[in-house]
Design a protein around this ligand. Structure first.
Ligand SMILES: Cc1cc2nc3c(=O)[nH]c(=O)nc-3n(C[C@H](O)[C@H](O)[C@H](O)COP(=O)(O)OP(=O)(O)OC[C@H]3O[C@@H](n4cnc5c(N)ncnc54)[C@H](O)[C@@H]3O)c2cc1C
Length: 347
């Protein structure tokens, strides 16, 4: 008889990291239990999911984006088929070039094949004409898309619930019983355990000091009637279409994580920016905040517990869960299944 409370692997945390980890471990035939506290203000639930290969004021190519981007698309396509959803929307990014220096930097980068391959020769800003206060110049990036994190998480949760593989609860570390070969937690038993807790890993007693430097980001949800912006627009902040007339506008960085709540200061910065950019009427519908699992080293982290067999941590997707997440989760899931360090090529 199958023991329905026994799983090969338990995952704590169902943000995009835990979801992708579950997806890959299942692809190896593993029976996976996911435990998540259902926190609606997690980084994954608040993020825009933008996959942007060229970032910063100097327009540099994101770390290993030439590998991560096509890999991520394939993975999201597989999840589309598995869950019958739409994981991402392809949309170019229009970049405001506010100064002569920005414009010169942009032009210089178009000559660099590694970066220039993502830059359009000419920006088509027709959909923004008359609706934004134009900066000095504009550039356009292609091969960019936005991942629908919230939809993926919701659909994956439902999929796991349908097979009784989901526990909605805060994982209580003190209730974990460590056996010779595996673990028990309440009524469940499992052989391996992976923590994917985002910034909340700072409370995890099994993996203290992993080098996390969490950063808070704040977002406005804005209604812009009849704007029809389908490309993403990036000036000081991003404007990203969500559905109907609703747009995501964000987000800054704050290293004070003493509260998860939105702040008046960020509201003012974001609302001033919306007022500066838009020439058309709009309405601010919502203000949200979340804390990103950013690392001192700005790289994802995978840890194997030194004393407790079969206990792991996957975290540190930072500002780029949408692009780095699939590749990193695939590598680390392969290690968990095969225990072969040569498989680990993410560094
Ligand atoms: C404002 C903002 C904008 C962003 N924009 C983008 C973007 O455009 N593109 C991009 O790629 N990335 C973006 N990011 C970053 C992205 O959100 C992260 O890289 C990614 O979502 C991190 O996922 P995660 O699963 O590691 O963590 P989380 O999303 O934080 O998920 C962790 C989950 O584990 C749960 N959990 C934690 N501890 C426990 C416990 N003890 N028991 C049970 N459950 C637990 C949490 O509640 C949560 O559900 C943005 C982030 C923010 C805040």
């Amino acid at each position: 008889m199958v023991d329905h409370r026994h799983f090969d692997i338990a995952i704590v945390g169902q943000g995009i990291a835990g979801t992708l980890m579950a997806h890959f471990l299942e692809s190896y035939g593993k029976r996976v239990l996911v435990i998540d506290n259902g926190f609606q203000g997690s980084s994954s639930m608040v993020a825009a999911g933008i996959v942007n290969p060229v970032t910063g004021r100097n327009f540099v190519r994101s770390w290993r984006i030439h590998e991560f981007l096509p890999f991520a698309k394939d993975v999201y396509d597989t999840i589309n088929a598995k869950l019958n959803i739409d994981c991402y929307t392809i949309a170019n990014i229009i970049r405001a070039l506010d100064t002569i220096e920005d414009e010169n930097n942009w032009l210089a980068r178009t000559q660099d094949d590694l970066v220039g391959q993502f830059m359009c020769t000419q920006a088509d800003i027709s959909e923004f004409e008359g609706k934004i206060n134009k900066p000095l110049a504009l550039g356009e990036l292609h091969q960019t898309f936005r991942v629908h994190f919230a939809e993926i998480l919701k659909a994956y949760k439902q999929y796991l619930q349908n097979k009784s593989s989901y526990l909605e609860d805060r994982f209580d570390y003190s209730k974990l019983v460590i056996l010779d070969q595996g673990f028990t937690y309440e009524d469940y038993t499992f052989t391996e355990l992976v923590f994917c807790e985002g910034y909340q890993t700072i409370h995890n007693p099994f993996f203290p000091k992993i080098g996390m430097a969490p950063s808070k980001g704040e977002v406005l949800i804005v209604k812009i009637p009849n704007a029809n912006f389908r490309k993403m627009y990036k000036d000081k902040v991003f404007f990203v279409h969500q559905y109907d007339d609703i747009y995501w506008v964000g987000s800054g960085y704050d290293w004070d994580i003493s509260s998860e709540a939105p702040t008046e200061k960020a509201f003012k910065t974001l609302s001033d920016e919306v007022a500066r950019v838009l020439k058309v009427p709009y309405e601010i519908m919502e203000h949200k905040a979340a804390i990103r699992p950013t690392m001192h080293g700005r790289r994802p982290v995978f840890k194997v517990h030194q004393e407790i067999s079969n206990m792991y941590l996957f975290n540190g997707l930072g500002t780029k869960g949408g692009s780095i997440g699939p590749f990193a989760a695939a590598q680390f899931a392969r290690y968990i299944v095969h225990k072969d360090l040569q498989d680990l090529v993410l560094s």
